[in-house]
Design a protein around this ligand. Sequence first.
Ligand code: GLA
Length: 346
Amino acid sequence: MVSKRPFGTTSNGEDVYLYTLIAGQYRAAISTFGATLQAFHAPDANGSVNDVVLGYGSLEPYVRTTTYFGMTIGRFANRIAKGRFTIDGVDYQVETNDGGVNSLHGGRTGFSFRVWHAETFEVGGMPGLMLTLHSPDGDGGFPGAVTVATSYLLKDNGELVIDYEASTDKPTPFNMTNHSYFNLAGAAGGAVLDHEVCLACDRYLPVDAALIPTGECLPVVGTPFDFTTAKPIGRDIGTVGGKGYDHCFVLADERPILKEFARVEDPVSGRTLTVKTTKPAVQFYTGNFLDGSEDGKGGVRYGRHAGFCLETQFFPDGPNHRNFPDCILRPDQTYRHTTIYAFSTR
Ligand code: GLA
């Protein structure tokens, strides 16, 4: 089942809608502004249904956000150092919206801040929403006109399947992700430090003070980045530098086939989340920049570590590192990416 309601109007007069997909006990609300997962309701081990993603109750905060709660990110998720890169001998400069120095999440005019065209669909009786966008040549400084489709499919077994497909008419860096912050205790549940996380990631990318990868790819073994056996998020968080985890973890198997790499469990509610992806890496981010200063849904103020993100993607700053997987989308290629967030209970 799908319902649709108005969700505000942008300053240039574009109407935004909120679609709600319902399948069994699960509900996913998706806004056409940023193709954003605005809410996700799932039962806990006792059958009590709660919203488990962070977000805002109206359009306005999404327009100015730097949290990217639930938003679809493109053209290039994560950072590009100094917003510069070279493709086939041509230099490009994109917007430097991260401290005025680096480019973050495709810039302030990136895919997260666009109103997407939406159409509902169904697969085997399960509800879906297909969102499409055209990004012109030179958009935010990026080369090539790009056509993008992002779809959400909700299944009554608790799976939210997100598919991305894109093509371009000139080579361009291309790296999409979803920026949901999860709190399996319920989005008003405080910090996620007790959530137990297991990641099938045997390496991670060390970063500099501006969170740009140094270019090394180091083994996690013997470091606070080792989640290969489950441990609480909070166990080593004080020793990773900065305010917590905000690092790219490399999947042990980098082949572009759909595989499960993450399992998270909230010991109190008994909710679990497993994640599968076709991408070679994931940014594990623990909401370090949340400081309780903004009103979230229902007036909730999200403090530091109020949610965790598993942003499946190519490596950050990929266009500037030859030893990182190739993240340039070329005209003879189609970008395809699938990530599945699967909710269940212990
Ligand atoms: C990503 C980045 C973080 C932060 C958030 C948005 O996860 O890696 O450093 O910028 O997005 O607040």
